[in-house]
Design a protein around this ligand. Structure first.
Ligand code: GUE
Length: 295
């Protein structure tokens, strides 16, 4: 038997529709419109595509959506000034500074400058701390989307053996905390882990976020495992192709033969990230207006 495909694209469309519905109800009842500001520094083509999608989908949900496109040579001070302006703007409830930032800009300093209440990425140290402590906080969009897909596929995660491969601040670490909060037994593996194939074979849930095409082969998986592929890797174009194919960190064809369920790339985790960003922005808006839980 081959794996069930986990349709992140369809799940994300449903989540966006619910956000749009709640946004319309909020506007009709209170005249309040969630505002999202996205800041993009430089001209990285992949970042341009993601930021374009965020802007389009925020508009489609009925948000006030603003994108600030700054040249690659922008100074750290100018970026910090923009963040301060957005922090003070009453029409903006969510601020996202697209990462990575160009060399020469201190990412940590910029993330620290964002008002934690407007930090819809959940990257501010205060929100990282809140997540670690189990306090309410905006949760990073990608791991949050992964958790939704896991719960949709498996239901209760209590007692499941979960393996997170990758220990980044934006995916691996928060993913492990979310799985722990959901009562899974969590292992975090990384580039120094010994015998990863053997560690992987024990896992009921595998979340892969390492940024290497096809890193996890089907042979590493426990038959029936649920596999979430966070990787988005653009392969070099094959002869006759204009653009290379997009592939994940999991070797799809071999994993498809062994896994119980598997997210595709594209159409898996990526669309969930943006849908969760919209949901986090709506929640930040509701909290700012004292309306949390009302819509
Ligand atoms: N502050 C910050 N927050 C982020 O959330 C953030 C960021 N910086 N920097 C870059 C990464 C990457 N990211 C993606 C979002 C959507 C897709 C997505 O929708 N992908 C589609 C395909 C897109 C395509 O065709 O290129 C899919 O997987 O189906 C991918 C990647 C958000 N990021």
């Amino acid at each position: 038997m081959t794996a069930q495909l986990i349709d992140g694209k369809a799940f994300a469309a449903g989540l966006r529709a619910r956000v749009a519905q709640r946004t319309a109800a909020l506007r009709d009842a209170h005249g309040v419109v969630p505002g999202l500001a996205v800041v993009l520094v430089g001209e990285d083509p992949a970042s341009q595509v993601y930021v374009g999608s965020k802007e389009r989908e925020a508009r489609a949900a009925g948000f006030h959506s603003v994108v600030h496109r700054l040249p690659a040579g922008t100074s750290e001070e100018a970026l910090l000034d923009l963040v301060a302006t957005l922090n003070a703007d009453p029409l903006i409830h969510g601020i996202l500074v697209q990462l990575p930032l160009p060399a020469g800009i201190d990412e940590n300093r910029v993330l620290l400058a964002i008002d934690p209440d407007k930090d819809v990425d959940g990257f501010h140290p205060v929100n990282v701390g809140r997540l670690a402590l189990g306090q309410p906080a905006p949760v990073p969009c990608t791991p949050r989307g992964c958790l939704m897909l896991l719960k949709e596929t498996l239901g209760d995660l209590t007692g499941r053996e979960a393996l997170v491969i990758g220990r980044s601040a934006i995916v691996g670490k928060p993913m492990a905390l979310l799985l722990l909060a959901a009562n899974a037994t969590v292992t975090i593996a990384h580039s120094r882990t010994r015998d990863l194939a053997e560690v992987c074979r024990r896992a009921d849930i595998v979340v892969v976020a390492v940024g290497r095409p096809g890193f996890v082969p089907g042979a590493w998986l426990k038959p029936g495992a649920v596999v979430i592929d966070v990787g988005i890797n653009r392969l070099p174009p094959a002869p006759g192709e204009a653009k290379g194919r997009l592939v994940g960190d999991v070797d799809f064809d071999s994993a498809f033969q062994v896994a119980g369920a598997l997210t595709p790339v594209p159409g898996g985790v990526g669309p969930m990230t943006i849908a969760c960003l919209l949901d986090n922005t709506l929640e930040a808006c509701l909290a700012a207006k004292g309306l949390a839980g009302a819509f």
